[in-house]
Structures are given as structure tokens and as C-alpha cells.
Design a binder for this molecule. Structure first.
Ligand SMILES: Nc1ncnc2c1ncn2[C@@H]1O[C@H](COP(=O)(O)OP(=O)(O)OP(=O)(O)O)[C@@H](O)[C@H]1O
Ligand code: SF4
Ligand SMILES: [Mg+2]
Length: 335
């Protein structure tokens, strides 16, 4: 529990299971963390570890099986988002938005850009005069760096980077407090990624936004995040301040992930820590520590007993031997 008064969102014990053809997949299990106003929380982990499912549960695009998402709204009240009825959720939804991975498929090709950006206003303020609505669209489009003379065109006329700006404008138009960005820059070229990330950072300062930034790209996450949560097989295994996590991870999975990132500088030699074996099947997770089959520090206790997420030196770590291991970190920005 964070003592900071400025906590805007508390994710508490969120679990989500998918059942298909009689098989139960534990996509997210008992994930908890606090988010302070104005900060960026990065969520990382290999494909299939539950990042998107967690993000979707937080904004309630899908229903979690268990847990709470306590949100301090603009009206000063704290709501458990997962308990709100449809009408109440609609009111709060304006304040919590999501930006999606694919700027190609997430924009309706049959709608003009002006209509795409205006859609949330139409849904929430149907009586707003057209002129006022269009002015709001123009203002937000200019803010995200879109050329406002082209807004009557369709999305196919825009590049990937411009489409991501359109998606960002749509997410921002109702002046939200929190935005969940799911792989928001992953589909873009590296140079365009940098532009969008800088834009997100500028908007954050200007509009006091709070981000949950989901990505499999560790160097992007290091660049943008204040704190980082590392997920493995649906569980949070480490949660820490970005600098602390990158310079000295405390969970063996974090260490292995960091060592796997390619380094651009040929003078920097990184010794990769191989992640042996496949990611286990979330429908049939291993006994004890879910990471034990791939962990080079595994001991008998790890096979038998699941480690809980513990507070250690201001961070949270789920490893029996976190205090004893002396793990290697890395700072990509300085490399
Ligand atoms: N609608 C669904 N029905 C059944 N299983 C699902 C569904 N959505 C996700 N899953 C499963 O839940 C687990 C977590 O998936 P999720 O998409 O959240 O992972 P992710 O970390 O976002 O992966 P990626 O990096 O590839 O986007 C996976 O095993 C996935 O197959
Ligand atoms: S609990 Fe054991 S297997 Fe799991 S990460 Fe720690 S050392 Fe590795
Ligand atoms: Mg995903």
C-alpha cells in the first residue's frame, strides 16, 4: 500500500481467467499496484504474460473475475470501477481511456478523421452543438500535431505515426486523467516511435495525465516510465522505480529480460542470460514458483512453494531468494 496521498488508482488483487473448450487459462492472477497522479507505470513481460488482459480489466473493457480498481475521480470521490453499474461507469469512463496497439485496425476506415476524434463527444454529450464539437476536435488535433486541414479525409490517407496521433486525439478529447497505452508505439518505425513518445510526455506534463504504459520493448519502457511492473505468466514478479529496476533487478526473470535487450553500441558487451525452455502454458502452470523451470537460481524450495510478492527495499519482489541473489542490471540509456 502506497502512503502517498496522491494515489489516483489502486489495482488490487486483479485476476482474470478465460475458459474456452473446458480449459481454464489464468491470464492474470492476483495483480496489485498503486499509481500516483501524473506518473507513468510501465508494464513489461514476454508475449502472453497477461499485459493486455490486465490493461483491459483496469479500464473494464473486459470483466475481471476478482479484485478491485479503486479510482479517485475528478469529483474527488473514490470509486471501485469494477462495481459500477453501466450508467455510473459511463460517467467515469470519460476519465479513463485506452490507446491501442494497432493504429491501422483500431480506426474505423469508413469514418472521416474528424468523426473518429469526435466520436467520444457524440457518445457522451449528444446535445453539444456541431460547431462547438468541431472546435474541440480542431483544438485537440492541433495539440497532438495533426494538420487540421486534412481532418475530413479517411484514415487510409494517413501514415502509421499520424494514425497514432489520431488515436491519441480521440483518447484525449474528453480530458481524461488516466490513459492505458497498450503497445501504443510498437507498430511504428523507431524514429516515429520517438516522436509519439515525446508527444505523450509533453501531453502528460501539459494535461497532468497518468499513464499505464504496456510494452514488450524494455528500452522504450525505461525511457518513459517512473515505475515498472514485470509480469510473468499472469503474475507480477517485480514492481520498482525504473532506475532501481534497470540498474539492479531483484527478480531473476527481470535480470534475464534485461540481458536479452539488443544494445546498439558495439563497445558495450552484454552477456545474455539465456531463458531456457518455453514459456509454460498458463492453463497448466508449474508447481511452486511459476518461473522455476527457467530460473538459473532455482532450488528445491522453488519447486514446492510459490513465492509471495514481498516488500523489499521499497519495491515488490516475488522470489524466495531475492535478498540473497546479487543480480546484474543494465542502463540502456547510458550504454
Ligand atoms: N479472449 C481470450 N480467450 C482466451 N484466452 C485469452 C483471451 N485473451 C487472452 N487470452 C490468453 O491470456 C493470456 C494473456 O494474454 P494477453 O493478450 O493478455 O498477453 P500479452 O502479455 O498482452 O501478450 P502480447 O505481448 O502478445 O500482446 C494468453 O495465454 C492468451 O492466450
Ligand atoms: S523463487 Fe526460486 S525459481 Fe523463483 S525466481 Fe526465485 S530463485 Fe528463481
Ligand atoms: Mg498484448
Amino acid at each position: 500500500m502506497n502512503e502517498n496521498q496522491d494515489v489516483i488508482l489502486q489495482v488490487k488483487n486483479i485476476s482474470k481467467r478465460f475458459v474456452s473448450k473446458g480449459v481454464c487459462v489464468r491470464a492474470v492472477t492476483n495483480v496489485s499496484f498503486d499509481v500516483c497522479k501524473g506518473e507513468t507505470i510501465g508494464i513489461v513481460g514476454e508475449s502472453g504474460c497477461g499485459k493486455t488482459t490486465l490493461g483491459r480489466c483496469i479500464v473494464r473493457a473486459i470483466e475481471a473475475n476478482e479484485g478491485q480498481v479503486l479510482y479517485r475521480a475528478k469529483d474527488g470521490q473514490t470509486y471501485d470501477l469494477l462495481k459500477l453499474d453501466k450508467r455510473e461507469m459511463r460517467k467515469v469512463r470519460k476519465e479513463i481511456q485506452m490507446i491501442f496497439q494497432d493504429p491501422y485496425s483500431s480506426l474505423d476506415p469508413r469514418m472521416t478523421v474528424i468523426d473518429i476524434i469526435a466520436e467520444p463527444i457524440k457518445a457522451n454529450f449528444p446535445k453539444m452543438p456541431k460547431k462547438e464539437r468541431e472546435q474541440m476536435v480542431m483544438d485537440i488535433a492541433a495539440k497532438v500535431g495533426l494538420n487540421t486541414t486534412y481532418l475530413k479525409r479517411y484514415p487510409h490517407a494517413f501514415s502509421g505515426g499520424q494514425r497514432q496521433r489520431i488515436g491519441t486525439a480521440r483518447a484525449l478529447i474528453l480530458k481524461p486523467q488516466v490513459i492505458v497505452c497498450d503497445e501504443a508505439v510498437s507498430a511504428l518505425d523507431v524514429s516515429i516511435q520517438a516522436q509519439i513518445i515525446n508527444l505523450l510526455k509533453e501531453l502528460q506534463r501539459e494535461m497532468e495525465l497518468t499513464y499505464i504504459f504496456i510494452s514488450h520493448d524494455l528500452s522504450v519502457v525505461e525511457h518513459i516510465s517512473d515505475k515498472v511492473g514485470v509480469m510473468y505468466l499472469g503474475q507480477l514478479v517485480e514492481f520498482a522505480e525504473t532506475e532501481a529496476l534497470f540498474s539492479k533487478p531483484m527478480h531473476p526473470y527481470t535480470e534475464a529480460l534485461l540481458s536479452a535487450v539488443p544494445v546498439a553500441d558495439p563497445d558495450v558487451q552484454m552477456q545474455r542470460i539465456p531463458l531456457e525452455g518455453e514459456i509454460p502454458n498458463p492453463a497448466n502452470p508449474p508447481s511452486g514458483c511459476y518461473f522455476h523451470e527457467r530460473c538459473r537460481y532455482c532450488q528445491q524450495r522453488c519447486v514446492e512453494e510459490q513465492p509471495s510478492l514481498r516488500q523489499i527495499n521499497g519495491r515488490q519482489v516475488a522470489c524466495h531468494f531475492a535478498e540473497e541473489l546479487d543480480l546484474r542490471g543494465f542502463d540502456y540509456e547510458k550504454a
